[in-house]
Design a protein around this ligand. Sequence first.
Ligand code: AMP
Ligand code: MG
Length: 524
Amino acid sequence: MPAPLRFTRRFLDELPGDTDTTPYPRPVVGALWSRIQPTPVSNPRLLAWSRPIAHELGLDDERVRDPETARVLGGNALWPGMAPYAANYGGHQFGNWAGQLGDGRAIVLGELVRPDGACSELQLKGAGPTAYSRRGDGRAVLRSSIREFLCSEAMHNLGVPTTRALSLVATGDAVVRDMFYDGRPQQEPGAIVCRVAPSFLRFGNFELPSSRGDGKLLTTLTDFALRHFFPELGAPGRDSYRALLHEVAARTARLIAHWQAVGFVHGVMNTDNLSLLGLTIDYGPYGWVDDYDLGWTPNTTDAGQRRYAFGNQPGVGLWNVARLGEALLPLLGDDEREVEQVLTHYQQAYGTAATTHFGAKLGITFAGDDDVALITELSEWLQQHGIDMTLWFRGLAPLVLADAAPTAMPAGLLATAYQPLDADAVAGGLRWLQRWWQRVRSEGRAPASVASAMQRANPKYVLRNWLAQEAIDAAHAGELGKVERLLHVMQRPYDEQPEHQELAQKRPDWAKDKPGCSALSCSS
Ligand code: AMP
Ligand code: MG
């Protein structure tokens, strides 16, 4: 018998909650959570799990493989000490205030005290209805669960702050979804992901009590967040509230700069999907850019407006921080200048983080306007000619080792274009390469160490949409090898792993317009 796990109940014990434990949709006022039990499923089966996060949590292989674990991670049983609840929050969706939203299909099972003393919330996504399910069924389909499971772990290994995913469990029950919103609902296999984070607090948790004029609840929640997640900012008070807002803004800016650097598009950056801790949270219709296109969004619901397109993410982060700032105004003497100041802070933090990331990708220590121009020109060229972002950047490092600037576009880089490049395009790319090469060498650093540092800033493997879709198609046919393989390869995205070379390819033609590969709906 493995030793019992230890759970704490900070969220439940220190914050006011709802006394009604039924799953029926309702407004929940004056409370930050509602107790709710997961709804049992027919046949919980562990399809995949992430060993690194399991071990961090103190779950050894034996415990993970214990049939009781699949029951817990499928919502059919609880480990002693677990006390499940759904959190209450609101949010701005696509630019509009949406009122109360809450965990409609997420249930926190408990806060696990890990062997290293830190606390992690274990949260099931798709474990049945809660007070916040509104018209939804509280369930999740296998395809979206595979996407969340794989991408959480891929992002973590890229070094991008994110919630983690411990497990992927098949429920044995069908879920009905109208995937294309075309009035043809279909049955799909259901699944549950167990997500892990120090906290799942979102901007929306603060916006809701603030929107209701409940300053007391807002203060209680903010003090809780400071105490547990930002203790370095000091005791609750106007100074630490301001410091909290600035810290969240800076983390958000750094997070989004990191997304831009790896080519990740979140897809639904509503304020209920922005983490207070600056983590990537809520993997829905996200995607990875193949050809570098700042106007691209994977989310079909957003195809018209493109509010959350790749190139808009930094600006949307700013907009969202403004909403958080407004929500916290009652704690900041209702002084609007506080919001102006935090926006400036966000922009500075974004600028620094973005130039640091792109400097690292190009092997330069970023220094001033000429470097901004170098990055901007590359961005324009990549976009104009439809170049694969990941392969282009990955292909630069070997050039640093050459004795002279390139005199022709290397074949490997030519091949990163999705359409054959005409002579002008090649000439433009070559001119950029030559300038860049001189710039890298001007720093006088040892080329070998510059090249190896660049390989650590330019992943070879990212979870391209078509790779995830291939794994999903196989899983629907009962074959989980592709999920396992992607999980394994994405654990070392900066390593060559030549045996997995075919996973580091441009998007194949068949994937260009295939659902799940180029466009995703929110139906999940
Ligand atoms: P999302 O766009 O996934 O962040 O979801 C927005 C809101 O809708 C959140 O409150 C979710 O909990 C809720 N929601 C999404 N899908 C479902 C579902 N299948 N059942 C219940 N609630 C859902
Ligand atoms: Mg959400």
